[in-house]
Structures are given as C-alpha cells and as structure tokens.
Design a protein around this ligand. Structure first.
Ligand code: DC
Length: 228
C-alpha cells in the first residue's frame, strides 16, 4: 500500500518549511525539503567550478552532477529540524548562503536536473510517510498525495521573513534587496517551462499573512483528518 504523503507547495517565504517541519514532527512523518535538494545541486555545481553563465553546457553538466551526488536528510532532532548532507558532508548552513540563493532557481529550471530530483523525491516518498514541501509536489512529484496544500503570503511579509533568515545567517542585505530577489525568483519559478510553481486543482490554499505557524499546522492537521 502507498505510504501516506502530504504535499505543501507555494512561493519562497510563504512558511512552507516551518509548517511542514512542525507537521511532520507531530505526525511522526519524515520531512523532505525539496528546495534544499535543488540548493545542494547548486552548491555541488559551485564547488565543481561550473560556469553558470554558459547556459548550453550548464544543463548537461549539472544534470550529470545531480546524478552523481548523494543527498541525504537526517532524522529530525527534538525541535523537528533536519540536516542535509551532500556526499556525506553536512551542508545545512551552506545551502542557505546568498551565493546559492542567487543560482538555485536557474538550477531548478533545468529539465534534466528536475528529472533526477523527481526520481529521488518519489523514492523517498515510497519508503516512508512524508510531508514534502516545494513548488511542484502536488502537481508533479506526488500527484496522488493524500493531502495537498498551497501556502501563500504577500510579498512584503515573505520578504520580512526571509530577511530574518538572512540576518540570522550573518548575511548583510536590506529588505528592499530581499524583496527584489524574491520577486525575480518567483517569476522564474512560475514562468519556467518545466514544472512551474502553480496550485494543483485539488490543493487547499492557505494564506499565512496573519497566521502563526501553529495555527497553519492546526488547519492542515484538521484537513488531513478529514481526508484520511
Ligand atoms: O524553497 P527554496 O527557496 O529552498 O527553493 C529553492 C529553489 O528551488 C527555488 O528557486 C524554487 C526551486 N524549487 C523547485 O523548483 N521545485 C521544488 N520542488 C522545490 C524548489
């Protein structure tokens, strides 16, 4: 029998990872952060010294690299946090750096890279019950998920949340810069040819502007109870 799966999609800063992590902890499911997987591929490309300006070569090289590398997640700690490993090395912090931020949506727009990630993500969901978050989980990766959620929030609020993350990382950046980057990344994620960000027809949309994470988790848990 298929394992239980909850798909959470939405733009950057809508609250996906906080919500998904808390929910996974409550349900005892594994949390899979698919954005972190694309970030790990971007980091691997940076470390290989790939030329990110050479669009033609980049696609082939990054796809081959995505096949070669091993990406693993740790089990959640007491706070539900998970760590991500690239070929055995803990890269949880490094994948959040600005350098990766700037490249990742380009990496995620490469069809070959997406195919490789799709296989890995489906495999993860086959082996265990999961809460998986990303952009195309409900539409493509897990179209048969038991529950699909589409989280949204206004650009201003999303930028404020992301700014907090950047400052916690020690990155020097202003609110305006974060907003501009988010806007660009959103456009790229929504308009790309392969698996663009969009709400699945059967996804429940929740706007998180005025809500604490606990409330969002409660709403999703209630919906989950109704569907399973
Ligand atoms: O959620 P995040 O900011 O860590 O995502 C990083 C990038 O990867 C972002 O540009 C969207 C992209 N992404 C994607 O295309 N598909 C996913 N399932 C997850 C993330």
């Amino acid at each position: 029998m298929a394992k239980k799966a909850i798909a959470i999609d939405g733009p950057s800063g809508a609250g996906k990872s906080t919500t998904a992590r808390m929910l996974a902890r409550e349900l005892g499911y594994k949390y899979i952060d698919t954005g972190a997987m694309y970030r790990a591929v971007a980091l691997a490309g940076l470390r290989e010294g790939l030329d990110f300006d050479n669009e033609e070569e980049l696609a082939g090289k990054l796809t081959a690299l995505a096949e070669e590398i091993e990406i693993n997640f740790s089990s959640p700690d007491r706070k539900g946090r998970v760590e991500i490993f690239l070929d055995g090395e803990n890269v949880t912090e490094e994948i959040r750096k600005l350098k990766v931020d700037q490249l990742v949506s380009r990496v995620a727009s490469i069809a070959g890279v997406r195919e490789v990630m799709l296989t890995k993500q489906r495999e993860l969901a086959r082996n265990q019950p999961v809460v998986m978050d990303g952009r195309d989980i409900g539409t493509r990766v897990l179209p048969d998920a038991d529950l699909k959620i589409f989280l949204t929030a206004s650009l201003k609020i999303r930028a404020r949340r992301r700014l907090r993350d950047h400052h916690a990382q020690g990155d020097k950046i202003t609110l305006e810069e974060v907003e501009e980057r988010l806007r660009k990344r959103d456009t790229r994620d929504r308009e790309r040819a392969h698996s663009p960000l969009r709400r699945a027809a059967d996804a429940f949309e929740i706007n998180t502007d005025e809500k604490e994470p606990e409330q969002v988790v409660r709403e999703i848990r209630d919906l989950f109870r109704e569907v399973v």
